[in-house]
Design a protein around this ligand. Structure first.
Ligand SMILES: [Zn+2]
Length: 303
């Protein structure tokens, strides 16, 4: 790659990521823009939604929330959503609003977050680039979803996004576009993959691989965005257990991974599970604080 996504500098290639099946992804980093990235494929997300993939659990997750909402167990629905720290961060912001506030979710997948917000009296709309995802969301939660931002009418009090900003071709461009849909007193809240734990562990990429995730950010990337008067960036830490697990996965990937790729999956599975258990048990007490992989929490406002 000759040029960075956002400046005229040549990004440095930081390594080649093994995607399995002999496929490699070249990973680049531009230190001055604070972004690590790889090639982006525009059609990847429709394929992830419409073909068997790591997205298979999205519909299961949505149906689980739908069952809670149908049974009017709103507390269970909220607890389920809050299992993801980024959702908790978003819900805290939305909790400051009056009922009836206009809310837009970017990258809503099968729509369970919008479904929950509507059950709580908010005027929430979801958008996703994937037609398959939007069809699923409409089926489960009603006609409150769009694939094109240009179909939206009026401005929003909160625009939020969980697990999406690292999966788009032009994150900065998308945020600028969203600012046009934001009310003057509104906020954009989102989470982003954090480059910090990668640097601490000399790891190339977070657990979510390309072509799903193609951009990883530093907090400086968001702190220097233009067009906003107030920018807040928080960095979430992993739980101790997750940190121990992460340390194991990183060591395994960096030191052992390639060698074991050639052995049978069954034996590798047993070995890895056993080694992971022992490792986590041994390191749980001593593991240092590690920033969460997807724990850059960003709040942008124009007021
Ligand atoms: Zn750059």
């Amino acid at each position: 790659m000759d040029r960075c996504l956002y400046c005229s500098k040549s990004p440095s290639e930081v390594g080649k990521l093994n995607l399995g099946h002999g496929e490699l992804a070249e990973i680049y980093e531009c230190a001055s823009c604070g972004i690590r990235f790889t090639n982006h494929h525009e059609s990847a997300h429709e394929s992830l939604h419409s073909e068997p993939s790591t997205y298979d659990n999205h519909d299961i997750r949505a149906l689980k929330i739908k069952r809670y909402l149908d049974g009017q167990d709103y507390l269970a629905a909220k607890s389920e959503l809050e299992l993801r720290p980024a959702n908790k961060f978003v819900l805290q912001e939305i909790g400051k609003l009056q009922k009836g506030a206009r809310i837009l979710e970017i990258g809503c997948s099968r729509g369970e977050f919008v479904g929950y917000l509507r059950s709580q009296g908010y005027n929430a709309i979801g958008s996703d680039i994937s037609i398959t995802a939007i069809q699923g969301a409409k089926k489960h939660f009603g006609d409150y979803f769009v694939t094109e931002l240009s179909d939206l009418i009026g401005k929003f009090d909160v625009i939020f996004s969980v697990g999406t900003i690292g999966c788009v071709s032009d994150p900065k461009g998308l945020i600028e576009e969203l600012a046009a849909y934001l009310d003057n007193t509104g906020v954009i809240v989102l989470n982003a993959p954090n480059i910090s734990p990668l640097r601490s562990f000399s790891r190339l990429w977070p657990s979510t691989l390309p072509p799903d995730l193609t951009r990883v950010f530093s907090r400086e990337f968001f702190e220097t965005l233009g067009g906003f008067t107030a920018i807040e960036v928080l960095e979430d830490n992993m739980s101790k257990r997750h940190a121990a697990f992460y340390k194991f996965e990183t060591i395994f990937e960096n030191k052992v991974g390639r060698k074991f790729k050639s052995t049978s999956t069954k034996h590798r599975g047993i070995f890895v599970r056993f080694a992971r258990k022992i490792f986590i048990a041994c390191t749980l007490l001593f593991v240092p604080k590690i920033k969460s992989e997807y724990g850059l929490f960003v709040k942008l406002s124009k007021k």
